[in-house]
Ligand binder design. Structure first.
Ligand SMILES: [Zn+2]
Length: 388
């Protein structure tokens, strides 16, 4: 059955409001859940919960699972769950030369993936390449894709217009509208760090945490923040604000002219340049981390200095935004593992000894995780009506 012949199925989440929407969302994020637990969380009577959940079960959006003893009453109960077998979502992450895509379930479990090289960076060519990639993903023969999310490093307006993306050389590119025309599906475009933060909040290690920060260490330094259960999505979120936070008054210059800012000290280019100078040969970050693990003294010094600087940066994040936890993510997140002692020393040196501890999770992030983040932006738009 194609999406066009199943209009009712495309809109099952959209008309939900109030308590019915809250029930469905709780079950999506934490299900399967017994009715008694749902009633407790949402402060509903057992009767109200039964009345409100009936249309959700009738429409097939929720299903009853196998009977288990209710923890509250001991009686046999059939917890509610979402039917995540019917709706699919696509996430696409754009880099300077490749589009990476995943096909996911409603709970962002990856069921297929693919990638396509970008022969050039013109918006028309990129849109055609992404459309071909989405159409070619295995597993959507039944027309089950409900929405497509695209993420990239840059500033993106709520209307899907890419205001600026430096590495693609784009300004004011209406990528969302072009792709929607090509695909005939709802398309949402998002900043890549924001989409990763949205994925962390719903389906990641910081899941259901009301106040946390995501620090991305890779080609650039990214920052995402969740406060009072809301992803902070401001016009400047895609500019790369934390990347230019000063860390070392004697450090190297960044392209914006800052001395020793986070990008100048911690980006992939910065780490590779410092290690290359010490080792007198071109070297990639992964190799530097491998060498440091094996005890090569110059690589160890490069890693420890960078990890200590990252700890200083995380202390600033902790001091300014008081998160419950910090997630370190991105392609060079391994820096926080290999240099963990130095990171902890830098973090501790930047904190008031009276301040409480902030757990730091390290999330190794490959292109599939980035693309999954874009899929979560699509899932949230489908479920909430906007990417918030
Ligand atoms: Zn800078």
């Amino acid at each position: 059955m194609s999406a066009d012949t199943a209009p009712g199925r495309r809109s099952t989440w959209a008309p939900l409001t109030g308590a019915a929407h809250s029930i469905a969302l709780e079950v999506l994020l934490d299900g399967p859940l017994p009715r008694s637990e749902l009633a407790r969380r949402l402060d509903l009577s057992a009767g109200s919960l039964t009345r409100l959940s009936k249309p959700l079960l009738d429409s097939g959006l929720l299903v009853e699972t196998r009977g288990v003893p209710d923890p509250a009453t001991g009686r046999l109960t059939r917890p509610l769950d979402v039917d995540d077998s019917r709706d699919r979502f696509v996430g696409v992450k754009l880099t300077a030369d490749t589009a990476h895509a995943v096909l996911t379930t409603l709970r962002a479990e990856v069921v297929a993936s693919g990638e396509a090289a970008l022969a050039d960076r013109s918006p028309a060519h990129v849109a055609r390449t992404v459309a071909g990639l989405v159409h070619g993903l295995p597993g959507d023969e039944a027309g089950s894709v409900r929405a497509v999310g695209v993420s990239l490093g840059g500033k993106v307006g709520p209307d899907g217009v890419v205001d600026s993306a430096r590495y693609l050389g784009w300004e004011d590119v209406p990528l969302g509208a072009s792709l929607q025309d090509l695909l005939g599906l709802p398309v949402v475009v998002d900043n890549d760090v924001l989409s990763l933060t949205r994925a962390e909040q719903w389906f990641g290690s910081a899941r259901r945490c009301g106040h946390f920060a995501v620090v991305v260490v890779g080609v650039g330094i990214g920052y995402g923040l969740v406060v009072h259960d809301q992803v902070v999505d401001r016009p400047d979120s895609g500019v790369g604000l934390l990347g230019h936070h000063p860390l070392d008054p004697h450090g190297p210059l960044c392209p914006a002219g800052h001395v020793g800012c986070a990008e100048a000290v911690l980006s992939t280019e910065a780490l590779a340049a410092r290690a290359g100078l010490a080792l007198r040969r071109p070297v990639g970050v992964e190799e530097v981390l491998d060498l440091a693990e094996r005890g090569e003294p110059l690589a160890r010094r490069v890693v420890d200095d960078a990890a200590r600087a990252l700890g200083t940066l995380l202390a600033a994040v902790g001091n300014f935004t008081m998160p419950e936890r910090i997630v370190v993510s991105g392609e060079n997140a391994r820096l926080a593992e290999v240099g963990r002692d130095a990171l902890d020393a830098g973090f501790g040196a930047g904190r008031n000894p009276l301040a409480g501890p902030i757990p730091v999770d390290v999330q190794l992030t490959g292109f599939e995780e980035w693309a999954r983040g874009a899929a979560v932006t699509a899932i949230r738009t489908f479920v909430l009506g906007s990417r918030r």
